[in-house]
Design a protein around this ligand. Structure first.
Ligand code: 4NP
Length: 158
């Protein structure tokens, strides 16, 4: 299963989500089953390393990152099985930019929607915040990725 995490700039939230997801997958011995990537709806940071604050928080939490910023591509809707938006604006932009048809819509979901009480909840943009905001985003993503992987695994054995 190929999973794509999407935010605006692809330097703060989505590379962090990708790193956390990869770590969880590895811990559960599911490396053969899942691959992941991340992308931004905007192209401001193409080719760049993740933001230094994302790198710092991931380092502190022993979460490896291996990503350079890239923009969302039209073909991503075909390449990936699941596309996860960090917030509602990302979700709307993904549907528009990828010209997602009604039959493809179930491939695109909001990251926190896997949490038991996550309906309508977003992963807030920490770019103009401080390290505390990045810390909060990390714990939010750790919880959201755990809930997501739990649900994917549950569905895969049904
Ligand atoms: P991200 O955060 O979407 O979580 O990567 C942002 C990064 C850069 C910008 C905005 C948000 N920017 O405006 O450059």
């Amino acid at each position: 299963m190929k999973v794509l995490f999407v935010c605006l700039g692809n330097i703060c939230r989505s590379p962090m989500a990708e790193g956390i997801f990869n770590k969880l997958v590895k811990e559960r011995g599911l490396g053969q089953k899942y691959t992941s990537d991340s992308a931004g709806t905007a192209g401001y940071h193409i080719g760049e390393l993740p933001d230094f604050r994302t790198r710092k928080i991931c380092e502190v939490n022993a979460t490896p990152l291996n990503h350079r910023g890239r923009k969302l591509l039209k073909e991503d809707i075909n390449t990936f099985d699941l596309i996860l938006a960090m917030d509602l604006m990302n979700y709307k932009d993904i549907l528009e930019q990828l010209l997602v048809s009604d039959s493809e819509k179930s491939k695109v979901r909001i990251m926190r929607s896997y949490e038991p009480d996550g309906y309508g909840k977003e992963v807030p943009d920490p770019y103009y915040g401080d390290l505390e905001d990045f810390k909060l985003v990390y714990s939010m993503l750790e919880n959201a990725c755990t809930c997501m992987l739990d649900e994917l695994e549950l569905n895969s054995i049904e």
